[in-house]
Ligand binder design. Structure first.
Ligand SMILES: Cc1cc2nc3c(=O)[nH]c(=O)nc-3n(C[C@H](O)[C@H](O)[C@H](O)COP(=O)(O)OP(=O)(O)OC[C@H]3O[C@@H](n4cnc5c(N)ncnc54)[C@H](O)[C@@H]3O)c2cc1C
Length: 271
């Protein structure tokens, strides 16, 4: 099957890698001159399945209002009359309850653990190097309220057999001796020894280079819009012309039986 992926960030490139290995003919389009030049360029480098949490959570609506009013806030919404956008906002708000947060977190953690295991397997098979380290992570809590608030998260970790330890300040110092100078600044920590770190940009660039033997990467191609027929995406408009295709729900079902495709990654069989 021929597959078109829009975006060569970490999601697009890893999707292309696995699709090509599964025997599909893959084309990746990106407006940039190379892979990983947008969000995947400089993230915090954490591969932290135990820490993965939904953005929608209790207290987030209030925080979101504050973020929107900040000059350099982490959230920006450009309001426009778009039913899909407002339907998304309503669904997001509906998921900001404690109950929905627990449900969604319990969905995310096992997927993230699985992804981390895939990363390990990929590392073993390709010998890819990206400044990776497998020394776990340590999350510090400045207040007792924050520390008490992790009870629900810890339950999810237990439920999915994720290795963790809740540490007193002395335990945090034992894990990271440099903290000995600032013990008055935190009340405890959560250690996740199975977590890893690494350089997302380097990983994406190197995987794209490895994948390029089997994947057709087309850089400097800007997708200007999606072509829809009967409510389904059938192609993309680019500066260089139209790439049309037929939506391949069978491919999606074959590859992602239980998930929606990532937002920047679109699967089409192109003609
Ligand atoms: C500050 C920060 C820190 C983070 N830290 C972490 C972390 O520690 N651990 C973690 O797991 N995640 C972290 N994240 C999240 C993580 O970096 C992102 O989820 C991830 O990089 C998204 O990858 P992507 O491939 O979906 O998007 P991108 O890397 O943004 O890729 C999208 C690609 O699509 C291309 N594109 C977009 N529009 C078009 C178009 N119209 N036509 C053609 N091409 C187009 C872009 O050029 C880009 O290359 C962090 C994010 C930020 C912002």
């Amino acid at each position: 099957m021929r597959v078109l992926i829009v975006g060569s960030g970490v999601i697009g490139v890893t999707s292309a890698w696995y699709l090509a290995r599964a025997g599909h003919e893959v084309t990746v389009l990106d407006r940039q001159p190379g892979p990983a030049l947008e969000t995947s360029y400089a993230n915090a480098g954490e591969v932290s399945p135990g820490y993965s949490s939904p953005w929608a959570g209790p207290g987030v609506p209030l925080k979101a209002i504050k973020w929107l009013l900040m000059k350099h806030g982490p959230l920006a919404i450009r309001p426009r009359f778009d039913p899909a956008m407002w339907s998304w906002v309503l669904q997001m708000l509906a998921n900001c309850t404690s109950r929905r947060y627990a449900v969604n977190k319990a969905r995310m953690v096992p997927i993230a653990e699985y992804s981390r295991d895939c990363l390990r397997e990929l590392r073993a098979t390709t010998a890819i190097e990206y400044d990776e380290r497998s020394q776990g992570t340590l999350q510090l809590f400045r207040t007792q309220k924050q520390l008490d608030g992790i009870v629900g998260d810890v339950e999810v970790l237990k439920q999915f057999g994720v290795d963790f330890t809740v540490l007193a300040p002395s335990g945090c110092v034992a894990a990271e001796p440099a903290l000995a100078r600032v013990t008055e600044k935190f009340v405890g920590g959560l250690r996740l020894p199975g977590d890893e770190t690494g350089d997302c940009r380097v990983f994406t660039e190197k995987l794209a280079a490895l994948a390029s033997a089997a994947v057709d990467f087309r850089f400097g191609v800007s997708v200007q819009g999606l072509v829809q027929e009967g409510g389904r995406v059938t192609g993309v408009r680019t500066a260089g012309g139209l790439l049309t295709g037929t939506p391949s729900s069978s491919l999606r079902e074959a590859i992602l039986p239980d998930c929606s495709p990532p937002s920047v990654c679109m699967f089409l069989s192109i003609r």
